[in-house]
Design a protein around this ligand. Structure first.
Ligand code: PMP
Length: 407
């Protein structure tokens, strides 16, 4: 690991050289990419590309080695075993894979799927689809006014009927970090399958995935410095072995006749067809880059920037901030300025070079709970600095002055 200096880190990201003055505060939607990732993808295509797992020739073996090396890097990143890492497109696909493969086979009428009110639609809609096909019922753990899960309600909602508990490790709107290991242990005790959405947590926190007591863990590579099109479904090896296939096709089989097939063991069972090889290689490089920075340092940087941002943002009159304050909070800040529509606010911020996201952030039930249709959201990552926070605050003051008659 190296000394963590966000200004030095920022120089590793070509996009900032090509967009001078850009204050990028939308990493929760998708992060920027360091040269190490861009170069790994280009190198792979220039030197090593062929299809994987089948060619008898040296080039195909090199492509296979590159792809499997990426799997090893992700296993290292999550402190998991190699055969527990399934490459998928993104967290959405990982969650759908579990919902369909496990849910369609195992859920029955009267079974319950427990989610939370803060889930991203990616960890809600797949369960709705599977519930509709199986007759299972969906229930949601409500939130406290501070934006945490209501743990008493969780205990009450959890029952012998709960077959699945699907929860995010970190909210993409409130930044709340949930006590997943404790919740998961309680859910498992009742015999429920535990599915954790790590899309927001994995890029920011050190994750030793086995310590979460989960069966499955989903992440998106593009939010953790990797390219779009590659993500990971981690599955506990017993859970993966018991999971029927999701997509059928080449590479996931053992023996095929016209009538039926037997399936390869995990992870191949879940990687039908030609995978996104270069994207996996890029994601491997991203995991390597993050491990080199040190996830403890990444998390400490996020926390320090969040603390500074919350202090500074409180200086802005009429600014409403959402989410809990405490150690259980990551570097995501949703806000509204008076009654101004967040789209208008974001446009004013963009005029000042500050990129934030607005809308419901694919979490409509959460926004309904907050009593607003939309929020603006600033999110931080390794390349953000205190200067970025100052620019955001300055732009908010200017926007407030500009819109004062509408607030
Ligand atoms: N879960 C959470 C908590 C997220 O923030 C996101 C991305 N906004 C997703 C799932 C879905 O990620 P993707 O669109 O990459 O599949």
């Amino acid at each position: 690991t190296r000394m963590f200096d966000p200004l030095e880190v920022k120089r590793d990201f070509p996009i900032f050289g090509h967009n001078p003055g850009l204050v990028f505060l939308d990493s929760a939607a998708s992060s920027q990419k360091p040269r190490a990732v861009i170069d790994a993808i280009a190198h792979y295509y220039k030197h090593d590309h062929a299809n994987v797992h089948r060619g008898a020739y040296a080039l195909s073996q090199r492509a296979t080695d590159a792809y499997e090396h990426a799997r090893a890097q992700l296993a290292g990143f999550l402190d998991a075993d190699l055969d527990e890492i399934v490459f998928v497109r993104n967290a959405t696909e990982a969650l759908n894979l579990v919902a369909y493969a496990w849910g369609l086979e195992r859920l029955r009428e009267g079974d319950e799927i427990l989610v939370t009110e803060m889930e991203h639609h990616a960890n809600l809609v797949p369960w709705q689809l599977v519930a509709a096909r199986t007759g299972a019922r969906l229930k949601a753990v409500p939130l406290t006014d501070e934006g945490r899960l209501d743990l008493d309600a969780f205990e009450t909602l959890l029952s012998e009927r709960t077959r699945v508990f699907a929860v995010t490790q970190m909210s993409n709107v409130l930044g709340t970090i949930n006590p997943v290991a404790e919740l998961a242990a309680a859910a498992r005790e009742r015999g429920a399958l535990v599915v954790v959405d790590g899309a927001q947590a994995a890029p920011h926190l050190p994750v030793r995935v086995r310590e979460l007591n989960a069966d499955f863990y989903a992440l998106s590579g593009h939010k953790m410095l990797g390219p779009t099109g590659a993500g990971v479904l981690w599955g506990d090896s017993e859970a993966l072995k018991a999971l029927p296939p999701f997509l059928g096709g080449g590479s996931m089989i053992e023996e095929v006749t016209i009538e039926r097939s037997t399936y390869a063991p995990p992870p191949q069972r879940f990687e039908a067809g030609t995978p996104a090889i270069a994207e996996a290689v890029g994601l491997g490089a991203a995991a390597g880059y993050l491990m080199d920075l040190g996830m403890e340092q990444v998390w400490a940087h996020d926390r320090a920037l969040l603390k500074y941002a919350l202090e500074r943002l409180k200086e802005v009159p009429d600014l409403h901030l959402y989410g809990p304050e405490g150690p259980d909070r990551g570097g995501v800040i949703a806000f509204n300025l008076g009654s101004l529509h967040p789209h208008d606010l974001a446009t004013a911020l963009d005029d000042r070079g500050v990129a934030v996201r607005t809308g419901h952030h694919c979490a409509q039930p959460l926004h309904r709970r907050l009593g607003v249709a939309a929020t603006a959201r600033a999110s931080f990552y390794v390349y953000n600095t205190r200067d970025d926070v100052d620019r955001l605050v300055e732009a908010l003051f200017e926007a407030r002055a500009f819109f004062k008659d509408w607030l």
